[in-house]
Design a binder for this molecule. Structure first.
Ligand code: PLP
Length: 388
C-alpha cells in the first residue's frame, strides 16, 4: 500500500503502515475463555486451540490472553507452532495434534511438548530420543471415532496402545478424538461417535492413566455429557458459535464476544454517471448516477473475491454494498445517498460502527463459508493491533 499524506495514529513510521487494520480485543479473549471454563467447571480443564495463528488472532498474543484467564493447555497443529509458543514463554501443556517428521522427535523433549500419536513410527522415533536422553515422554493417541480424518479406529486402539506402551520411555497419558457435527444439536453422529470414543477410553483406562478428550466448541455448547476429562475449544474462544449465527440463538451463546474487528479507510470518492461498468469484467453496471468509494481492501487482504457484488461494509454507521469484482488490493462500494463521505473516512468491514455490526458469520454467509475461514483470512493477512 503506497504511503500518502494520510495520518494514522499508532503508526509514526510512515512507510510501515497499512490503511487496513485488524484489532484484537484481548479482554474479549479472556472473557470467552473464562465463560467456557466456568461452563465446564473446575474438574474439566479447557485446552485453548491456537492453531492457524489462533484463527487469525495471533497465536502468541492469544495464548497469553488465555494464560491470563487461567489456561494451562494449548493445542496447535504443527510442531513449528508449538516451538514458537514455548519460545514466547507460554507455560503449560502444548499439544501437537497433526503429527511431526520423525527426525524432529527430539524437539518434544527440548521444548516439553505433548505429541499426539497415530503411527507406530512416530512413537518409535520418540522412544529412541527418550532412551538417548534418559527421559520419559507422555503421549496422547488419536482415535478416529467417526470424523473420517486422522487417527486409529477404536477397535484397534487397545493393541496399538499396548505396542506403543511397550516401547522404552513412552508413557500413554491420553486419548483424543474429534466430532464432525457437534455444532448441530440434532445430529445423530455425535452420539454414535461418542459411544465409539467412550468404548476406546474404557479399554485404555483399565490399563493406563489416560486423559480422554473429544469435545470441541460445538460439543462444549451442545453436548455436556461428552466433556470427559478435558475439552478443546477453538471458535468459541474467539467469540463465535460453531454453527454460525443461525445456530447461535441459545442463551449460552450470547455470552461469547467476537474479539476481532477489521477497519480500513476510503481512498477516493467519485461520482459516476449511470450506465458505467465497474471493476474487472464489468460485473456491475451503475443504474443511476452513483457515488462510488474506492477501498484499499482486496482479496490479498483476505477479503475474498467470492464477496464481489455481495459483501456489505459500514460507512458512517450505514451498511453499503460492495459493487463489482473485488480486486487484489482494492474494491469499490456504493455510498450514494450518504452525505459528506470523503477520502480518509473510516470503513468497518468486520465489527461495529455506530448502531450497526458486521460479524464473521455475516461475511461467511456471503461467501458460502464459515466464520473460521473469515477470521483466518482477515486476521492472517493484515496488520494486527491489540487493544483492551
Ligand atoms: C481446531 C480443533 C478444535 C477446536 O474446534 P472448534 O470447532 O474451533 O472449537 C478441537 N480439536 C481439534 C483437534 C482441532 O483441530
Amino acid at each position: 500500500m503506497a504511503a500518502g499524506k494520510v495520518t494514522i495514529p499508532h503508526f509514526t513510521v510512515m512507510y510501515d503502515y497499512s490503511f487496513n487494520s485488524i484489532k484484537i480485543n484481548c479482554s474479549a479473549l479472556r472473557k470467552n475463555y473464562a465463560f467456557i471454563q466456568q461452563k465446564t467447571g473446575a474438574g474439566v480443564p479447557v485446552m485453548a486451540m491456537v492453531k492457524a495463528d489462533a484463527y487469525g488472532h495471533g497465536m502468541v498474543m492469544a495464548a497469553k490472553a488465555f494464560s491470563h484467564a487461567g489456561c494451562t493447555a494449548f493445542g496447535v497443529a504443527e510442531l513449528r507452532e508449538a516451538v514458537l509458543l514455548r519460545e514466547a514463554g507460554i507455560q503449560g501443556d502444548i499439544y501437537v495434534t497433526i503429527g511431526f517428521v520423525e527426525i524432529d522427535a527430539g524437539l518434544f523433549f527440548q521444548y516439553r511438548l505433548t505429541p499426539v500419536i497415530y503411527s507406530y513410527a512416530a512413537a518409535q522415533a520418540l522412544s529412541i530420543q527418550a532412551v538417548a536422553l534418559g527421559q520419559e515422554i507422555g503421549i496422547h493417541i488419536k482415535v478416529d471415532s467417526g470424523m473420517g480424518r486422522l487417527g486409529i479406529f477404536p477397535p484397534d486402539i487397545p493393541a496399538f496402545a499396548d505396542t506403543v506402551a511397550s516401547l522404552p520411555g513412552i508413557k500413554i497419558n491420553g486419548l483424543m478424538s474429534h466430532f464432525p457435527e457437534s455444532d448441530n444439536p440434532a445430529a445423530e453422529s455425535t452420539r454414535e461417535n461418542f459411544t465409539q470414543f467412550a468404548g476406546a477410553c474404557r479399554a485404555l483406562k483399565n490399563r493406563y492413566t489416560t486423559l480422554c478428550h473429544i469435545a470441541n466448541s460445538g460439543a462444549v455448547l451442545n453436548f455436556p455429557d461428552t466433556w470427559c476429562d478435558m475439552v478443546r475449544a477453538g471458535i468459541a474462544l474467539y467469540g463465535y458459535h460453531p454453527a454460525g449465527s443461525d445456530g447461535g440463538e441459545g442463551p449460552s451463546c450470547t455470552a461469547l464476544i467476537p474479539a476481532m474487528s477489521f477497519t480500513s479507510r476510503i481512498l477516493q470518492v467519485k461520482t459516476v454517471p449511470a450506465g458505467r461498468g465497474i471493476s474487472y469484467g464489468h460485473t456491475f453496471r451503475t443504474r443511476r448516477q452513483t457515488t462510488l468509494a474506492v477501498l484499499p481492501v482486496g482479496y490479498e487482504d483476505g477479503f475474498s473475491r467470492l464477496l464481489s457484488n455481495r459483501a456489505k461494509v459500514l460507512v458512517h454507521g450505514h451498511p453499503v454494498p460492495v459493487v463489482g469484482r473485488i480486486c487484489m488490493n482494492m474494491c469499490m462500494i456504493d455510498v450514494t445517498g450518504l452525505t459528506d463521505v470523503a477520502a480518509g473516512d473510516e470503513v468497518v468491514l468486520l465489527g461495529r460502527q455506530g448502531q450497526q455490526t458486521i460479524t464473521a458469520d455475516d461475511i461467511a454467509k456471503e461467501m458460502g463459508s464459515i466464520s473460521y475461514e473469515v477470521l483466518c483470512l482477515l486476521g492472517n493477512n493484515n496488520q494486527r493491533q491489540y487493544i483492551e
